[in-house]
Design a binder for this molecule. Structure first.
Ligand code: B16
Ligand code: MG
Length: 222
């Protein structure tokens, strides 16, 4: 019986709650198209890359925009988003994450980041976590965004661990799909119905133990 050798952490929604920042920033830009972005819309943007998110909003707003204008909007959205991220401190790391990271490291389990965000390193730095991960794979390293498994497969490859020995922690349906497509175990963090395709769904990582992580593998829950 093999044990879990690596845990891959999503960033937004798993390590830190930056979804609220994305929401405020996208809402401001969508208003320029006279579109009121709703919290339900924002749920659909979780784990989705910046440009893919923008294309979705353009579709919902029923606008057709030239590629250079889209790039300008994406740039301005990111400026707003980064102003919020600039205020992040280690206190914003979500409950349970630091303890889990310490436990994994003490037990020789590799840890990697697997995020769609191109701002991941900046955010990790603000949280005091940049040097903690063995490997960081983010939106700058991949050409296909979640639900494509590229981000997680790249993380496994860089850690030298085969996908079936990795567990992914994810808060978004697109990320769960990506982890399953990578042939990895996945724990959904958040709503049990929304994340029902995950092998296990928890509210957060408080009390998530190494034993529990290994049990997912042992039970082989489908
Ligand atoms: P950026 P994750 C994702 O991060 C966010 O959930 C998603 O809302 C965002 O659009 C995407 O990163 C790209 O972020 O604009 O910073 O490159 O959940 O995969 O860590
Ligand atoms: Mg996320």
């Amino acid at each position: 019986m093999r044990k879990i050798q690596a845990v891959i952490f999503d960033l937004d929604g798993v390590i830190v709650d930056t979804a609220q920042f994305h929401f405020i920033a996208w809402k401001e830009l969508a208003a320029e198209w006279n579109y009121t972005l709703t919290p339900e819309d924002n749920e659909k943007l979780k784990g989705v890359s910046r440009m893919d998110s923008l294309n979705k909003i353009a579709q919902w707003a029923n606008v057709q925009t030239k590629p250079e204008q889209l790039l300008d909007i994406a740039h301005r959205k990111n400026e707003i988003y980064l102003r919020f991220c600039n205020q992040l401190t280690p206190q914003h790391v979500l409950p349970g994450i630091s303890t889990l990271i310490n436990t994994l490291k003490a037990n020789g389990v590799f840890i990697s980041l697997g995020s769609a965000s191109k701002n991941a390193r900046f955010v990790l730095d603000k949280l005091g976590l940049l040097d903690v991960f063995d490997v960081v794979v983010d939106g700058n390293d991949v050409s296909k965004s979640k639900p494509n498994p590229e981000v997680f497969l790249k993380a496994a490859q860089r850690m030298g661990v085969s996908p079936e020995h990795c567990v992914v922690l994810e808060d978004a349906p697109a990320g769960i799909e990506a982890a399953l497509a990578a042939n990895m175990k996945v724990i959904g963090l958040g709503d049990a119905i929304e994340l029902q395709k995950a092998h296990l769904v928890l509210e957060n990582t408080i009390n998530l133990s190494l034993v529990q992580l290994n049990q997912i593998k042992i039970k082989g829950v489908a």
